[in-house]
Structure formats: C-alpha cells, structure tokens
Design a protein around this ligand. Sequence first.
Ligand code: GDP
Ligand code: MG
Length: 597
Amino acid sequence: MKNIRNFCIIAHIDHGKSTLADRLLAATQTVTAREEKAQLLDNMDLERERGITIKSHAIQMEYVYQGEKYILNLIDTPGHVDFSYEVSRSIAACEGALLIVDAAQSIQAQTISNLYLALENDLEIIPVLNKVDLPSANPEEVSDDIIDLLGCKLEDIIHASGKTGFGVENILSAIIEKIPAPKGDKNEPLQALIFDSHYNPFRGIEVIFRVKNGEIRKGQKIKFMATGNEYFADEVGTLKLNQVPKDVISTGDVGYLISGIKEAKEVKVGDTITDAKLPTTNMITGFENVKPMVFAGIYPVDTEDFEDLRASMEKLQLNDASLVFAAESSAALGFGFRCGFLGMLHLEIIQERLEREFDMTVITTVPNVSYLAYTKKEPETPIVVNNPSDLPEPSKLDRVEEPYIKATIITKSDFVGNVMSLCIEKRGIITNQTYLTTERVELNFDMPLAEIVFDFYDRLKTVSKGYASFDYSPIGMRTSKLVKLDVLLNGQSVDALSALIHEDNAYNIGKKMCEKLRELIPRQQFDIPIQAAIGAKIIARETIKALRKDVTAKCYGGDISRKRKLLEKQKKGKKRMRQVGNVEIPQEAFMAVLKLN
Ligand code: GDP
Ligand code: MG
C-alpha cells in the first residue's frame, strides 16, 4: 500500500489533459509504441471525433523510482460541465491531482471548479504549467496566477508539454514524492467506492472501483449499498491497457469487477461496495442519484419505427444509465419518448449514437428543464413538468418554480460589460465580482438553468471574443412567472413546438419564433399561417407564402416513374422531416426557439 499512488488530472477543457495522460502511459511503458495512438484513454469513436473525454477511465501504471517499484493509478476525468458529478466521484477515489493549466490560456472556470472539488476531498495538488512549447505561452504571468490561486511556491510548478514530452519525468517524480500513499485498513470490512462503470456487450457491466478498506476477492459475495443488490464477484482485476484478472484487490488499490450485471442502471456511480455477509456500516459519503437536467421528446421520423426506437433506447440505456426515458405521445408527432439528459451535449451525443449505432432517424423536440407546478388545490403537492404540455391550465395554476444555478464566469476585464449584459438578458442576478488579477475577473450570477443550458455558451464566447470560461452548479428551485407559448400552423396547435417562457419575454420570443419558422418551413402549394399564442390569445403572426404557379407546374412535369424513384431515394436518405397535418416540418424548426438571436 505504501507504494501505491492514486491521482487524477484536473484541467479546463482543451488544456491538454488527455495528451499528457498519453505521455505518462508512454513514459511508464504501460503502452508499447505499437499500441500508442493519440489520446488512448478516449476509446469511444465519438469521443475521438469530438476530442472530448466523455466518461472517466482508469489505468494502472508501474514506475521504478529510486530503485523501488510504484503502482500509479491514473483516473481520467471528463472535462465537460455536463459530466461534473463523475468528476467529483473520480476525485473522491484519489489522494492527489495534477492541476493542468494551459500556459497560454491560464486559469479558467473549470480549472477552479474542479480544483475546489479536489480541495474539498483534501487532495494534494501538483500544479503543472502545460503547453510551454507554444509561442503564445506566457509562463511568468500564468505562474503568478497559479500561485495566487493555490498559494504554492514558484518552484512547485512543473513546466511541461504534452506535445514534446518535456517535463514528464518531473511529473512522475512529483506524483511519488508529494502525493500521499493511500490510508485504510486491510482487516476492516470491505468498503469500495464505485467511480465509473461501463458496458461490455459480451461480459455485461464492468464496475470500476477504489478500495478504501478491506479487500475484494474473486468469488466473494458482495453488496452495493445504495441499491441493496447482491452479486458474486465473478472476476476482479486491475486495469492496464487491457484488464488483468487478479485474485484480490486490496486496500488502497483501484480495480474492475465483473459480476454478470446486465444493466447500467443497477450500478450507481458513487455507491459503496461492501461484503454481503460482513458489511461495513459506513457508506462512502457523497453519493447522489444523478438527475437529468434537460428534457426533450425523441420521436421516430417514420411512425412505424416506434418499437425499433424503443429497442434502441433500451440498448443505449444499458450502457448509459444517465439517460432516462418514458413513452409519451404528441398530437403532432404520434408516439415517442420524453427523455432526460445531463445537458445539451449529452442530448446531442444520444441523438448521434441513435443514428450511428442503431440506424434510427429521429426528430428531437424543443428541450426544456424540469419545472414544478403548484395548483391552487390544497394540500400543496407540486406537479413535475418535464414537458410543456404537462403544465396545468392557467386558471388552476397557482405558481411555477424553475431550477436556478450559480454561474461562475472568468473573463478579461475588457469584457465584463458585455458578459454582464448577456447575463442580465438571461435573467441573471449578479452576486459577486472579484478581480483575480488586474486583467482577469471572476463573476458570479444566480441564473435560471433554462437560460443557460441552451445557447448560452455560444453567446458567451461571442461577446467575450472567446476570453470567457464558464461553469455552474445547481442552487435549487425559485418561483418564476412562466407562461406556455403555443405555436399554430395552419390554425392547428402543434404541441411539439410549445415552450415554457418567462412572461416578460413571451411577446418578443413569440414574434421571433414566427419569423424563424417562416424561414425554416419549406413553402408548399398553399399559404401557411404561423401564429404564436398564449392560451387563447394570439400574440404574433406570419405567413409562409404558397409556391408560385410556374414552380409548381415544373414539379408536375416530367417522367412520373423517374420522379417516384427520386422520391424513394429521398426517403432512403431519411430526411429529418415530419408531416404535421398538411404541413411538412423539418427538424431545425423544432429547435427554432433555441436559435432566435
Ligand atoms: P483535454 O481536453 O484537456 O483532454 O485536452 P487535449 O489533450 O485533448 O488537448 C487539447 C488540444 O491541445 C489538442 O489539440 C492537443 O493536440 C493540444 N495540446 C495538448 N498538449 C499540448 C502541448 O503541450 N503543446 C501544444 N502546443 N499543444 C498541446
Ligand atoms: Mg480529453
């Protein structure tokens, strides 16, 4: 145990965590040159393409230092705010963290939020100034920022480059010298923290854990404390580039477990594994059920594909427990599912996986957060509103509460004005403003989650010319004046286009929404009126003009059979369009409310 070091790497996205992790694996010969591929830890195709680490992974390295052999368990963490709960559990499995700061970008919002998580868990922090090879690197100034943040000494900061490999040996010796060996007692009852799990189509769910006390043996009967489920540990082992089965994983070490679990939802990240016969009384603290933040309807483009879609979603859920869904129906779209996601990135990933891995073509409806509606009826029990159509009639409604977050934004002083205007437009209330240095400012706002999950990142990037970083954490529900904005096409209300909007913005958004839909919905043989309404009151109107006669004539000319072939070909190409009444609505139109600026 004294020669084990468990550590993670925390960084703002793109500061070079994955690249540096690859360097560590190469320097410890955990991977041979032949196996070496860029960003080894990101092994899902989608992760590679998007260049982001979606799920945490762990890998064990061996390193001889001053004649002694050490086991180094590296726990990689996802960099995107959608996955911050996973970051917090990975951090809880470690004694130390490399804090990577890009020498050109300096400290950003996620650097700070992840650092706070690490400090809460009493982790030893090793500051690394990365990308020192960049011509735009500014090591002196960024070092000052790091010293201000950590209160460390200049000589504690390791200069490194994931690109050239510079500094990697220094990082390895700092890991061994500075990060404490794990504590814990081998003779206590088993207590192991689950910090990750993934799905293997042949072997079921693989659980990744860190033993805090006791040990876990092959064949042992174990129990997951949060779910109460019991299993046999069919196989345990350590994670190198491949799994290495072992008879026992002992206190302080990190390993994997396979026990015939079929579904991801049986395994909860943050849960404690114990012995079924001799259980510990202490669950490892910090366990939370992950809650979806964003909800949207997912519907098949072809109504007859509903059952296929269900089967695909069930399969996806086997390996992504954070995806939740329930069947729903829409007057406009027929049968589909209301799905819960961790954030907009997660929604995009699910949609993309449905299309790539399951060959499904789907329509996604306007995303929304989860509201609580209180009716005038006593006693007060709130209705959870995950779909605008679940909102009670205005006459029965007492009030609506919406989720709020605390936003942390770090930007340059030049952009403070712009950032403030944006946040105020998004119904934010400033709670704090701190100058980190003369140039860099940290701003805190209380804001409705609904305003930030959609286009906030992009807007923030624009108004700050890229010099702003952002992170958030939930702070509970607050009463808001929300109304349901409906859209009527050709006089018919299209439920899938409804959205919950703050009263003060309703007229403006209704108007813009009609304008946007006029752009997005293709012209047809007849005029299509578009109306926005609150209850029975029409607040905006536009018209999509009919196609002109000559164009229509052209459409009808030519060889009919050739035309039919063309149509069939189009169908195969599976355009994301839905016929609602006699109007064809493209996918973009369902997202129009998010793209109004
Ligand atoms: P992550 O999001 O923190 O995992 O960052 P990545 O490791 O994916 O790196 C983000 C980008 O920075 C990639 O394009 C890398 O090639 C690049 N990068 C990473 N480390 C260095 C470095 O030390 N020097 C330079 N010049 N580029 C780097
Ligand atoms: Mg990465």
